[in-house]
Write a protein that binds this ligand. Structure first.
Ligand SMILES: [Zn+2]
Length: 261
């Protein structure tokens, strides 16, 4: 390999290394900012998410700058060496895919951590404000129900109604979903991986690969919905409908794909 070409490749690799460092630092800062803001905003989850979206778009720009540098500077230089085949590992798309995957993993974990903190806080604060209307004993809320429900006092047997505030009701929505998503991440990645394999194939894709993706797909969603039921009692009633929806989505995807060949 000639010296000039080797220099270009070395410079590009050094540049990518610097970019990755900057990227990691940005993620670390984002985590600190978001976690601090959750407490400072008195657990306003949506406020934190708005901030995270703004930071995320800045981080995303780092990956766009890699593509730009490649297209404007690096690739034209490499093309000057006509007998050199640019290997896949050197291509910017290889690197930006790595960054985006990292960002995706980071986001899933950040949302799960913020959600867990929010969850603990909302449950604790609701419990601290809930007393028997008859004897004023402290009462414990049923921890997997996020709508109004009855609680019987252990001391005087009086029936009390717990009415959730906005934050408490929010747990039953995306807060629990985020916690469960982190728990099921290995299965999610396995499903994505099988999908990537299908998408990287030249059609028609062999049936075994579809079978593999289908198995991973249903394993992931069934586990996700089952884990969700453990934290949210009302999710039990939705299990059948949720699985049916995912089945329909899967069939639509497979049909659409197979129609094209
Ligand atoms: Zn009582």
């Amino acid at each position: 390999m000639n010296h000039e070409l080797q220099e270009t490749i070395n410079r590009w690799k050094a540049y990518l290394q610097k970019i990755e460092q900057r990227f990691d630092q940005s993620l670390q800062q984002a985590e600190e900012v978001c976690k601090d803001l959750l407490v400072e905003s008195k657990y306003d989850y949506y406020e934190v998410m708005k901030t995270w979206m703004a930071i995320k778009s800045q981080i995303y720009d780092i990956s766009k700058s890699v593509t730009q540098t490649w297209e404007e500077k690096v690739y034209p230089q490499l093309r000057l060496h006509t007998n050199f085949d640019v290997p896949k590992e050197l291509h910017e798309s290889n690197f930006t895919y790595f960054l985006i995957t990292k960002l995706d993993h980071f986001e899933r974990n950040l949302e799960a951590d913020l959600s867990q903190t929010f969850y603990n806080q909302a449950i604790q604060s609701a419990n601290q404000q809930f007393f028997c209307t008859q004897c004023h004993s402290p009462l414990a809320i049923q921890s997997n129900v996020f709508r109004a429900h009855y609680v019987t006092c252990n001391y005087c047997q009086a029936t009390n109604t717990f009415t959730p505030d906005t934050k408490y009701a929010q747990i039953g929505g995306n807060i629990i979903d985020n916690i469960v998503a982190k728990k099921c991440e290995p299965l999610y990645l396995q499903m994505q991986n099988s999908l990537n394999v299908i998408q990287s194939q030249r059609p028609p894709v062999v049936e075994q690969l579809w079978e593999k993706y289908k198995t991973d797909y249903f394993t992931y969603y069934e586990t996700f919905f089952t884990e969700r039921m453990k934290l949210n009692n009302d999710a039990k009633d939705r299990f059948g409908a949720d699985m049916q929806r995912k089945k329909t989505e899967y069939e639509q995807y497979e049909n659409l794909h197979k129609k094209s060949y």
